[in-house]
Structures are given as structure tokens and as C-alpha cells.
Design a protein. Structure first.
Length: 365
């Protein structure tokens, strides 16, 4: 793999030396379709770009463990965030492998591990914790001006984790998990008895366009991760903070202007998630959805139109999931890459990396 990547660098250097203008979009690094943080066998942490077969097209060293990345919509540039309660984000040039900018959360803030670009790529939005005030904020950064911080606005709740942009628009969707934390307390949850998770739709100026709270039965299920279909349907994945919440439902769907709906789950299947969904993704045509649970060691597949459970695939320590061809690619903390055609396992093999939480799909076009 190192030989492949060295050859690619030599190839790019040759193009530059010849005076020919290289491609500047994601095609300049071989058209990867996923970004993922991982741990190298020698203990180094890194960000990788993967193609459809799971081959690493580039590898960039990180100073510590990463959580999720945001892929720029047009240029081969990624921003990788530290795990909560981390205070750094790194802007990475995926052609050169160089870190071009450090993003530091302002005093009294820390990142939650996720970010999203505006549709034109000029702004980056990051989920952050204003821990002194106990509120969530969205940081705004000028991606077209060396990622200078432009300001922030309220996320609409407490503990914003995932953030994405509705396809074809600049409407932001935020998973406000409802859990208050403070860096002095590490990852301790400080308000479980009063938590109120919500799903908030925001303009890029911070105006609340719509907000959805969970019914009382689900108030202690933290909304953590999101997936968006091309028509604006949102799938939201939750993590239960109580045993009863784990059996009340962990997966929901929402479209602006409509009430939220929970996926229909057989109790025995719901128990296998062990109260936890770590990643969620629609397939390419949006008819199926996949979720993963590292705690349960299982990936579940959902019929989106019926919003009901189909079946499960056991994968130890499964983490990331993303649309891949006619199916999905799943990663695991053990290094395994599992390929699905539709929702059936087509291939599975072990890589040298220990994959981290998420597979981030790179925008196409």
C-alpha cells in the first residue's frame, strides 16, 4: 500500500514538472468515495480516503484519535475533528497530505466531532459545546478565507453531535443529543434526569426553521447521528441512556413539515443493538437503510418505505457504514471491511487498520 501511495505522489510530481495542470477536484487523489479515521498497526492515528473496493488511496497522519471528517464539496480537502471533548480540528490537503490549518474551538468551547460544509463550500459549520452556559452552538468558519472563524449561533438544544446539510440546499440539520457535559468532568453526563434531545433544522444564518422533540417515552434517548436521502428524508439514530429507552426505539425518520416516525422493530432484534446505534446510512437509491452497533456487534437493515426492520448481520465491533454501489460498506474496530450487495454480505476481509466510528461519504459532482 505504501508503494501504491508513493507511486501516486511520484506520478503527481511528474505531471507538475511537465507543466500540465493537474486536476484539482477529488479526482486528483483517485476519486475516493469515503473518508475514515483509523489506527495504524504501529499505533499511529490517520485519516484515509477509500475507494469502492476499500483500498486506501491516501493516508494522512493525525496527532491523536479522530472521530469524523467533513469533506469539501469540490476540492480534495477534509477537516477531521477530535473526539468529544476535543478542541481541535485539522484542515488537510488530501493531495499533498499536509495539514494546512489548525482549527481551535474558542475559549469555553469544545468540538463534538462533526462538521458540514455549505453547498458552495465557502463555509464550514461545526457542532460545539458552550460548556459554561450549558448550551449547544454551531461554529461558522470561512473555508474560502483560510478557515477564519466568522462566529457562531445556537444549535437549538444541548449537546449537538452530528450535523449535515439537506441535499441540494443550505438547510442544516442538527442532532441535539440533549446531554450536557463539561471537560472538567471528562465524558460524564451531567443532566440525564432533565435531558430533552431534539432534531433542529437551521438556516446558515442560525434561524430555526423547524424543531422536533421526541415523545416523553424517548426523552432519555439521545439523538446522535443522521443520514439524509436525496428528497430530504432524515434518518436519526439514537443512543439510550436507560434500559427502558433501549426498548422504546432507537431509529426514527423525519421530513420537514411532518411528524417524526419510529422504525418498526421486533423486540428481539431491538435488544441486539444494546441501546446503541453508532452510524447510519441510506443506500444509493434510498430504499434501504443500514445502522451499526459496536456494542451489539451487529449491522441492521431497514426497509425505508415500510420503515421496518429486515434483518441483521453480525460483525464484531462494527463501526462505520456507507452507501457503496448497490449496497453498503461496513468497517469495524477489528479492521474488517464487509461489503453488502443490497443487504446481503458479498465479501468480508480484514485490513491492517482499526477503523474508527464513521465512514464519511465524499460528495459527488
Amino acid at each position: 500500500m505504501e508503494t501504491d501511495m508513493r507511486s501516486r505522489r511520484d506520478f503527481l510530481a511528474g505531471i507538475l514538472a511537465s507543466g500540465l495542470a493537474p486536476k484539482t477536484g477529488w479526482s486528483a487523489v483517485g476519486c475516493p468515495i469515503f473518508l475514515s479515521a483509523a489506527k495504524h498497526p504501529d499505533g499511529r492515528h490517520c485519516l484515509l480516503g477509500l475507494n469502492a473496493s476499500g483500498r486506501a488511496l491516501f493516508e494522512i497522519a493525525l496527532p491523536t484519535r479522530g472521530h469524523a471528517a467533513a469533506a469539501h464539496p469540490t476540492r480534495p480537502e477534509a477537516v477531521i475533528f477530535a473526539r468529544r471533548p476535543g478542541r481541535f480540528g485539522l484542515v488537510l490537503d488530501c493531495i499533498t497530505g499536509k495539514q494546512t490549518k489548525d482549527l481551535f474551538a474558542p475559549q469555553g468551547r469544545h468540538f463534538y466531532g462533526h462538521g458540514a460544509f455549505s453547498i458552495d463550500g465557502t463555509r464550514l459549520f461545526t457542532t460545539e459545546n458552550d460548556y459554561a452556559a450549558g448550551r449547544g452552538v454551531i461554529g461558522v468558519w470561512a473555508a474560502d478565507h483560510n478557515f477564519a472563524r466568522l462566529g457562531e449561533f445556537a444549535s437549538g438544544g444541548i449537546g449537538p453531535h452530528d450535523i449535515l446539510r439537506l441535499p441540494g440546499s443550505d438547510i442544516l440539520v442538527v442532532a441535539n443529543g440533549g446531554i450536557e457535559t463539561h471537560p472538567h468532568s471528562g465524558r460524564e453526563k451531567l443532566n440525564l434526569s432533565t435531558m430533552r434531545p431534539n432534531l433542529t433544522y437551521l438556516s446558515t444564518e442560525g434561524c430555526v426553521l423547524e424543531q422536533v422533540e421526541m415523545p416523553r417515552l424517548l426523552r432519555m434517548n439521545s439523538i446522535r447521528h443522521l443520514a439524509a436521502r436525496s428528497d430530504g428524508l432524515i434518518a436519526f439514530a439514537m443512543q439510550a441512556q436507560t434500559r427502558s429507552g433501549a426498548m422504546a426505539g432507537l431509529l426514527g425518520f423525519h421530513q420537514m413539515g411532518e411528524p417524526p416516525r419510529l422504525s418498526i422493530y421486533p423486540p428481539a432484534a431491538l435488544r441486539t443493538l444494546r441501546g446503541y446505534i453508532g452510524s447510519v446510512s441510506f443506500n444509493a437509491n434510498g430504499r434501504q437503510l443500514a445502522v451499526t452497533s459496536s456494542r451489539g456487534g451487529v449491522a441492521h437493515f431497514i426497509d425505508v418505505e415500510q420503515q421496518c426492520y429486515l434483518h441483521a448481520a453480525p460483525i464484531h465491533d462494527v463501526s462505520g457504514i456507507g452507501a457503496n454501489g448497490s449496497g453498503f460498506l461496513a468497517t469495524s474496530g477489528t479492521g474488517r471491511l464487509t461489503f453488502f450487495v443490497s443487504s446481503q454480505i458479498a465479501d468480508s476481509h480484514k485490513s491492517i487498520y482499526q477503523w474508527d466510528n464513521h465512514l464519511i461519504r465524499i460528495p459527488v459532482g
